[in-house]
Design a binder for this molecule. Structure first.
Ligand code: FES
Length: 64
């Protein structure tokens, strides 16, 4: 399922970036460009990042 239609970024793309060690919204947006155009996907993008990160060992306080 696509999270960011403007940039063609899927939920799987975001989960993969988190798995590769990118744990902040800023890092994710820089890597895949999600949320950098209309911004309508930002809420859903944050949900996917938070949900995926809660399953890893990283400190949740890092999420910005
Ligand atoms: S849907 Fe993500 S920037 Fe427009």
């Amino acid at each position: 399922m696509y999270v960011c239609l403007c940039n063609g970024v899927s939920e799987a793309n975001i989960k993969r970036l988190v798995d590769e060690g990118h744990h902040t919204m800023r890092e994710i947006q820089k890597k895949c460009k999600a949320g950098n155009d209309c911004g309508q996907c930002l809420f859903e993008l944050k949900r996917v990042v938070d949900e995926t990160c809660s399953k890893c060992d990283e400190d949740d306080a890092k999420h910005a």
